[in-house]
Design a protein around this ligand. Sequence first.
Ligand SMILES: NC(=O)c1ccc[n+]([C@@H]2O[C@H](COP(=O)([O-])OP(=O)(O)OC[C@H]3O[C@@H](n4cnc5c(N)ncnc54)[C@H](O)[C@@H]3O)[C@@H](O)[C@H]2O)c1
Ligand SMILES: [Zn+2]
Ligand SMILES: [Zn+2]
Length: 341
Amino acid sequence: MKAIRLDQPRQFSRIDLEVPEGPGPGQARVRIHRVGICGTDYSGYLGKMPFYSYPRIPGHELGVEILAVGAGVQNVRPGDRCAVEPYMNCGRCHSCRRGSGNCCENLKVLGVMTDGGLCEEMILPALKLHPSARLTHDQLALVETLAIGCHAVNRGAPQPGEAVLVIGAGPIGLSVIEFVKLSGARCIVLDLNEQRLAFCREKMGVAHTIFSKGDGAELETLQKLTDGALAQVVIDATGSNKSMGHALNYVGFTGRLVFVGITTQEIAFAHPLMHRREMTLLASRNALPPDFTRIIQLIEDGRIDTRPWITHHAAFDDVLAEFPRWLQPATGVIKAIVDVC
Ligand SMILES: NC(=O)c1ccc[n+]([C@@H]2O[C@H](COP(=O)([O-])OP(=O)(O)OC[C@H]3O[C@@H](n4cnc5c(N)ncnc54)[C@H](O)[C@@H]3O)[C@@H](O)[C@H]2O)c1
Ligand SMILES: [Zn+2]
Ligand SMILES: [Zn+2]
């Protein structure tokens, strides 16, 4: 079968592989139809992803079709279309035993620490497959990105009417925005990039955006928008350690700050800011199985509109040429999808 492998940073190759054996008990053989490309893949390509190892077949945002199932599989049948939960957890560690397989101590994410879906077929644990009779393969490939935002908003737990500030309007920020809107909280979005803020206003129905020039005026704007109370929940989706440290300024008294963006740098802030306001600081890593089920239902019910999301497509044979282009901001990529078959 055909596959695309990242041999080392900035070097893809088109390879031929044996079709994997199986499915064994509890497994399913799937045909990959769609692969969504995200920041993790771009960072892996650029050699900037801390958990990435090479050579690696990328691809963790998958829309797949079940070809065959092994003994004991109950949740999916041949012919089903599924989203894939790409977090391969051990089931035995402290996190897994507590029901937090999203931060398994031995976690292997498909396409990052183990080979992913830029190929024709895979053998996967059936329990990682989430079927939908109504979603398209494009929509199924979006479910994982949305799950990141879903989990981050669950961590912050905004209540209806509360002000939530989302910092960073990249794909992860956008997925956060979807779930802030569903929570009934008031969504305010801050970014340095006016083009991305315009997207939030025009395509995502966000009423209030704050264009940050980094001169302190953004804090005043937030105060005005919140009658001085600031945000009860701030979710930082920038991946910038500078932004993450500064984000505490936007959190109101008794508020919560969620870091869904990832940095390899240290984050610095003045502790009295946190202490006086008795803030809660939360991390958000990956997502949980019920998030996938919920998102599929929300898209089926029309409560999440996936139409603004997919801005670019490429055929499998064009990935090597297209991928480097998606890194250019001028292309305006939100989500690029590879059509495998
Ligand atoms: N929690 C998880 O499990 C998880 C999963 C996937 C990705 N991520 C992380 O989420 C982060 C965001 O991913 P993405 O694909 O949306 O990235 P992105 O680079 O496309 O978007 C980041 C956005 O933040 C904005 N930004 C940067 N610095 C800023 C600042 N100082 N103030 C305001 N805005 C600023 C940028 O203009 C951009 O619009 C990354 O760090 C990524 O690694 C986390
Ligand atoms: Zn992703
Ligand atoms: Zn585990």
